[in-house]
Design a binder for this molecule. Structure first.
Ligand SMILES: C[S@@+](CC[C@H](N)C(=O)[O-])C[C@H]1O[C@@H](n2cnc3c(N)ncnc32)[C@H](O)[C@@H]1O
Length: 330
């Protein structure tokens, strides 16, 4: 079961059964007070009107293909999150894991809230995802990390596949011997990982896209093949791609049409079914975007379940669709 649902997440969550999900990972807007926008550009050779010089001194012109954006402002951030976090706990399996991805502006408020919802004993780790990208501040230490809180529903009984951890190089391999150095060491709660590379294949063009490497590490260690992973602030669908690549199922929810369109490009090859998305997908590329194998049960407004339009996809699943260009980080 690989589902993408276009809906407000609180409404969609109400339709999910209790204790049905092995892992919830969410990366809500951080309350930055900004509109998050990512502009998509294409560069073409243009000797006459080029606005930049590129490879081998040739002139290139940038064409703006479009942009995606969403509002990242809430008057009452915790008031917005609290009912959604409660729902996350309700749908989590007894041995399930909950991951909340934030930054330094909100993490301390959210930790107190999660301690209340899950119980302090359920707090397992605060993971620091450290990266190094973009401008540096001249008036304070440049903030180059995100915070990821892990809570176990039951701190005495949870999935933690230690052997599935990827290994990282020792900082001083000469001190540990050849065998250990070759095997590498297990990561700590500080994860160094690049952001989604501006020139890389992973890039979808969706603002705030997170790296697959970070989410795959979470999925591998905290779930087993065949488990169900839920991300109800799904954005470009990184969690879905990580889950699918590792043989897990997923439910992804987002209320932004641009996110749904990005996920359609990204996750259709992974067998995703798109629910409540008909108008949204048709507007993008009706030729190339199947409506998820014929509708199915979808989530409509008010949290009711209703049966979606059962139109068949007009083209084969898995057809190649070009992703827009851009780079996401906060
Ligand atoms: C920070 S982005 C997630 C990025 C994602 N982790 C990725 O790798 O692409 C947050 C997402 O939450 C969505 N969102 C915000 N409020 C929502 C709501 N009430 N219901 C569903 N989605 C919502 C936004 O549209 C946005 O796509």
């Amino acid at each position: 079961m690989r589902r993408v649902i276009f809906a407000d997440n609180l409404e969609a969550l109400a339709a999910l059964p209790d204790e049905s999900v092995a892992l919830v990972y969410i990366d809500p807007p951080f309350n930055t007070g900004r509109t998050q926008t990512r502009t998509t550009l294409r560069t073409v050779r243009d000797a006459q009107h080029g606005d930049r010089t590129g490879f081998q001194g040739k002139r290139y012109r940038s064409i703006r293909l479009g942009s995606t954006s969403y509002r990242d402002t809430f008057d009452d951030y915790l008031g917005f999150l609290e009912p959604r976090l409660s729902e996350a706990r309700r749908v989590l399996a007894k041995d399930g894991a909950f991951f909340l991805h934030l930054d330094y502006r909100e993490v301390h408020y959210c930790k107190v809230l999660l301690d209340q919802l899950f119980g302090r004993a359920s707090f397992m780790n605060e993971i620091i995802w450290a990266y190094d990208y973009g401008a540096r501040s001249k008036s304070r230490w440049s903030a180059k990390h995100d915070n990821i809180l892990w809570y176990a529903k039951d701190p005495k009984h949870y999935t933690f596949n230690f052997a599935e951890m990827d290994r990282i190089p020792y900082m001083a391999p000469g001190l540990v011997g050849a065998e250990k150095a070759a095997r590498g060491k297990t990561p700590t709660d500080v994860w160094w990982h690049t952001i989604v590379s501006p020139g890389g294949r992973e890039k979808t063009g969706y603002a705030t896209q997170k790296p697959l490497g970070v989410i795959e590490r979470i999925v591998k260690v905290h779930t087993n093949p065949g488990d169900l992973v839920l991300d109800f602030f799904a954005g470009s669908g990184t969690t879905g791609e990580a889950a699918a690549r590792l043989g897990r199922n997923f439910i992804l929810i987002d209320n932004n049409p641009a996110a749904i369109r990005t996920m359609a490009r990204r996750l259709t090859p992974h067998g995703a079914i798109f629910e409540n998305c008909e108008g949204v997908l048709e507007r993008v590329n009706p030729e190339a975007l199947p409506l998820g194998g014929g509708g199915g049960t979808a989530v409509g407004s008010g949290g009711r379940r209703w049966t979606g339009d059962r139109r068949r996809a007009s083209t084969a699943r898995g057809r190649k669709v070009r992703a827009p260009q851009g780079q996401g980080d906060r």
